[in-house]
Design a protein around this ligand. Structure first.
Ligand code: SAM
Length: 228
């Protein structure tokens, strides 16, 4: 059972970790994102080791710290937004499954009018806050589960959200509805195998250096996709 964590507790935890980072593998470190050096992020030196220490301190289970890595799907999508600012400038952007906030921050740097980052993990909401701050951009962050709601953004972006079959079954209809309502929808996905044929089409493809845990190769081929 996960220990309940409130947004303010998570933000206080991350601000303390950033102020007193320590020197071991269990620390956060401000680093350039490998494929998107325009964006710096507070990431874990080793996410698994950081997670173990935080769970020991909390005295219970915490959600996996996905926000503490720059996932390959998010890196490709952030790169695509920065290289195509005409898709972003002046738009209202929603970054679904924001994690560290990498894609949201890239959207803000590319000239978005408003950026909202959404993630159901309170620590991700806190990470978006501290990472937007260090990059000097404004990003609003929310922890609500939006997948059964209606999107009001002009541009919906989602980096590496299709990593789990059950989640993909909820996300794909949400993306379809957003596209049908007129939003531009872009997903970064390193082919995690949860997209049925014909649902999404390829817009771009990148070889992305990755710092993700549990990955053998230092480079992953990632596609930027949109609903067909
Ligand atoms: C693999 S991480 C990707 C993070 C970031 N987009 C990136 O590419 O670096 C996936 C994220 O999806 C979030 N997530 C899972 N279910 C979600 C939901 N229903 N709504 C919003 N975010 C969700 C997780 O908390 C996690 O932060």
């Amino acid at each position: 059972m996960l220990a309940p964590v409130r947004n303010r507790t998570a933000l206080a935890d991350l601000e303390r970790e950033i102020a007193l980072p320590g020197t071991g593998l269990d620390r956060l470190r401000l680093m350039e994102t490998p494929f998107v050096p325009e964006v710096r992020l507070h990431l874990a030196e080793d996410a698994i080791v950081w997670w173990a220490r935080m769970e020991a301190a909390a005295g219970g289970r915490l959600p996996p710290p996905y926000w503490a890595s720059a996932w390959a799907g998010g890196q490709a999508l952030a790169r695509y937004l920065l290289d195509h600012p005409e898709l972003v400038a002046g738009r209202r952007v929603l970054d679904l499954a924001a994690g560290s906030g990498l894609v949201a921050i890239a959207a803000a740097l590319a000239g978005a009018d408003q950026v909202v980052a959404n993630d159901i993990d309170p620590y991700a909401v806190a990470a978006v806050t501290v990472n937007a701050r260090v990059n000097g951009v404004r990003v609003a962050a929310t922890a609500d589960d939006l997948l059964d709601s209606t999107v009001t953004a002009d541009l919906l972006v989602a980096g590496d959200i299709l990593y789990d079959a059950a989640l993909a079954r909820r996300v794909l209809p949400f993306l379809r509805r957003a596209a049908d309502q007129g939003a531009v929808v872009l997903v970064g996905d390193p082919d995690r195998g949860h997209v049925p044929p014909g649902r999404l089409e390829v817009v771009a493809s990148y070889p992305v250096p990755t710092t993700e845990p549990f990955v053998d190769s230092p480079v992953r081929r990632v596609q930027v996709l949109r609903p067909s």
